[in-house]
Design a protein around this ligand. Structure first.
Ligand SMILES: NC(=O)N[C@H]1NC(=O)NC1=O
Length: 174
């Protein structure tokens, strides 16, 4: 899909295609539609980064809260979004040993109790060992650091989702 095809989308079509580039936050796609025409994918990402960076801290926390736990309840129930299912699989989170699963769940619970939102990391850029190490390390951070670190991971997840859409959607079919 070319950037001209993206720029030609009406808001409904844009939201339907890009609504989940930030997990369960279609409001963000709806908001950045106003910034058309985009010059390229980087421009879409920059608009989105700008929108997220301008949010107050509770808005950033809200974005993190809309993410599912890694290898959590929704994953076990097969209820993750399509994107999240693929990402968690790419990191090998669907093949955790019982011991790894227990460790991840324990750390996830600890993390959420401390910060009030789930641990978010770009699963496609990390294998399961790196995720467990990252969680062990990040749970020791303070709230402000973790809000910002989590949001930077959201931007990485978003970038890969954006590139997937641009690669896999021929504009003519829309
Ligand atoms: N909690 C969390 O990091 N969730 C995610 N990470 C990712 O790459 N996809 C997700 O859904």
């Amino acid at each position: 899909m070319k950037i001209e095809d993206v720029n030609a989308l009406d808001s409904d079509a844009f939201i339907s295609l890009f609504g989940n580039i930030v997990e369960n936050c279609s409001l963000i796609a709806a908001a950045i539609w106003s910034s058309r025409p985009f010059s390229d994918v980087d421009d879409i990402q920059n608009q989105l980064n700008k929108f997220i960076d301008l949010l107050p801290r509770n808005g950033k926390e809200g974005i993190l809260r809309n993410h599912p736990d890694l290898a959590g309840r929704l994953a076990a129930a097969g209820q993750l979004t399509r994107e999240s299912t693929q990402e968690q699989k790419a990191a090998g989170l669907d093949t955790l040993t019982a011991e790894e699963k227990e460790k991840l769940n324990k750390l996830n619970t600890e993390y959420k109790a401390k910060f009030g939102f789930p641990f978010v990391i770009c699963a496609r850029e990390n294998k399961k060992d790196a995720i467990l190490k990252g969680l062990e390390h990040r749970v020791q951070n303070d709230l402000e650091t973790e809000t910002l670190t989590g949001v930077e991971e959201v931007k990485k997840i978003c970038r890969l989702r954006l590139l997937d859409i641009m690669e896999n959607h021929p504009g003519a079919k829309l």
